[in-house]
Design a protein around this ligand. Sequence first.
Ligand code: MRU
Length: 355
Amino acid sequence: MKNTDIPLQLESVKLSEDKNSVVIIDQTLLPNRLEYINLYTPEQIYEAIYSLKVRGAPAIGICAAYGMYVSAKKLDMSSYEDFYKEFMRIKVFINSCRPTAVNLSAALNRMEKAVTDNKNLCMPDVIALLEKECAAVHEEDILMCKAISGYGLSLVSGGDGILTHCNAGPLATSKYGTGLGTLFLGHELGYRFKVFCGETRPLLQGARITVFELERAGIDTTLICDNMASAVMKNGFINACFTGCDRVAANGDTANKIGTSGIAVLAKYYNIPFYVFCPSTTVDFDCKTGDDIEIEFRNPSEIKIKFFKEPVAPETVKCYNPAFDVTDNSLITAIITEKGICEPPFYDSLAKLLK
Ligand code: MRU
């Protein structure tokens, strides 16, 4: 499939026209195939998020919110108590599929609140409120990404070399993206960035998705292996590092795709600013530090087999496969949110801007 054959504006998640399913792009097939799939049941929603068909912290939150709505619509219960019990069973089930991105539980909690705040309404009215709430989760993310992109622009100059890790673009969110939004916006304004994308082992979201998104927007894009980050920094190709994130603790420690913290360490060494982009929904004041963030561990087959024609390691080898790591706040130059830019000390700046 040629990149130019695909419509420019892609929606990673939406509600189907008949409102009975969640429609997602199967991101595991990118960049070779663009396929949409419909998710009708909680089990299908769980599986799609777990297997990264839909991925990226904001996008999984939006998918889960729509998933709660389509699942709740099908509950044939007249009493509030029965409805709530089953609603909560589904909520807990979907919430258990990926632990690190706080956007998942934040979106599900909003859906729950729409139910508990309206105990006295009849079921069809509660369902109508759930539809409004999931649409609001989606709409608000679009606005947040747009605002983040604007703030990010104040940190860069035309011609800058930018290093990205994983994917924090439109497909990881609702539209625009967080980490990549500034690059799209700047490109439209003639900034002529030179973007270096880490492939992001083991699942290659950088190579498969970030490169796909940047190239089709016409941005100068170069793919590197993750272990080349130091070389591009040392050679003077990089003016700033841009990453998204899955959860930010109250002190600014930040969980993002495995490998992010290594890039931050290198950036500090080479005196290159390291910027983290996120909507305020990714900041979790209940986590005091990064030690409180649960890190997802995934199947060793992702290291040994997935995305390769043949196994790339002996079948018998043990693997250590954390999906995320935590970047210490001391390595972060700024956290860019839709409400503004937070600088160290983050414990104060995050609370002041977002609490
Ligand atoms: O495992 P993934 O692909 O969901 O990991 C995604 C990331 O680490 C992103 O950087 C993060 O979710 C932010 S997306 C705007």
